[in-house]
Design a protein. Structure first.
Length: 137
């Protein structure tokens, strides 16, 4: 399943992502992975989650992010949830990347049975209509 946490800067998206990730750690029988740009969530995310700095692995662009998440899923069948903070900063593009990114990760999510949550700094009106069904309520 794909979930998009959306909102403008300062709207509480990262706080919600932290809550969801820590909740997933408590409820999951597998592993939870949180991908972030920079190491700003170190003390907020449970030590039981795998925290990954995208900068440390040179992840830049849509295909690099999709490949990285695919590699995480392929390398560890116990991954149940993947959270991506600062998605558009990692892809290096704007909201035009959301539609192809969501399509690719939806396919991956379904084939690997992993929940993927993307944090997107944009308002609902900025998103393509095709991805609005994935926006968290």
């Amino acid at each position: 399943m794909i979930t998009l946490l959306i909102g403008k800067k300062g709207s509480g998206k990262t706080k919600k992502l932290i809550e969801l990730a820590n909740e997933a750690v408590q409820n999951s029988n597998g592993n939870v992975v949180v991908i972030e740009k920079g190491l700003k969530l170190t003390y907020d995310i449970s030590h039981k989650a795998r925290l990954v700095d995208s900068d440390a692995y040179g992840i830049e662009g849509l295909d690099a992010l999709v490949g990285f998440v695919s590699g995480i899923c392929a390398a560890n069948y116990d991954v149940t949830d993947v959270f991506v903070d600062s998605t558009l900063k990692i892809t290096g593009k704007g909201v035009e990347e959301v539609e192809p990114l969501t399509a690719k990760l939806k396919t991956l999510s379904e084939s690997s049975n992993v929940n993927i949550c993307l944090l997107i700094s944009a308002g609902a009106e900025e998103l393509p209509a095709s991805v609005r069904e994935f926006v968290a309520k």
